[in-house]
Design a protein around this ligand. Structure first.
Ligand code: FE2
Length: 202
């Protein structure tokens, strides 16, 4: 396999760059996907070239270097690629609204109601100090909400991610400036992809 074909690639966005407008503008997507996400891919490919990690899948790289301080650069870039791809798929034009019945049942079992589940996700997103992520996960068959700092991913702790919210400032600052709460509310109400969450829960 050539170096070229074994490189980690930037996956295409699952929609047009203006498809999430006005909740998330094409301007934000241009920087967030086109610059930040792409930079993680470019950085990782430079960091792993000629190493034991070249040619491995992203998940295998993340799992192999998680918790190793001397591999933090590889972990941060690899996990951020994974997180961002997962984030783009956690959103969709015309999202939000009523979750599919099978997911709604799981939300009600774990949180009492869909609204309480959304509130837990929102609280996680708003209380994450600094950069990070809020996640709906499946942990031992039960839905949970967790938050992670910087590039950390729930699956290295055995939890199965269902959807995520990026709460790094680059995710919302162009559209919402410091108003993280407005960004989180708008995403949960209008963009969150509950069908993707259910697919991941199955
Ligand atoms: Fe981001």
């Amino acid at each position: 396999m050539s170096q070229e074909t074994s490189s980690i690639v930037l996956p295409p966005l699952p929609y047009a760059d203006n498809a999430l407008d006005p909740v998330i503008s094409a301007n934000t997507i241009g920087f967030h996907y086109g610059k930040h996400h792409k930079a993680y891919v470019d950085n990782l490919n430079k960091l792993i070239a000629g190493t034991e990690y070249a040619g491995l899948s992203l998940e295998k790289i993340i799992t192999a270097v998680a918790g190793k301080p001397d591999k933090a650069g590889i972990f941060n870039n690899a996990a951020q690629i994974w997180n961002h791809t997962f984030y783009w798929n956690s959103l969709k034009p015309g999202g939000g609204g009523e979750p599919p019945a099978a997911l709604k049942e799981k939300m009600e079992a774990a949180f009492g109601s869909v609204e309480a589940c959304k509130k837990a996700l929102s609280d996680a997103a708003l209380t994450q100090f600094g950069s990070g992520w809020a996640w709906l996960v499946m942990d031992g068959g039960v839905l949970k909400v967790v938050k992670t700092a910087n590039a950390e991913v729930p699956f290295t702790s055995g939890m199965k991610p269902l959807v995520t919210l990026d709460v790094w400032e680059h995710a919302y600052y162009l559209d919402y400036q410091n108003r993280r709460a407005d960004y989180v509310q708008a995403v949960l109400d209008r963009l969150i992809n509950w069908s993707f969450a259910l697919e991941n829960a199955s």
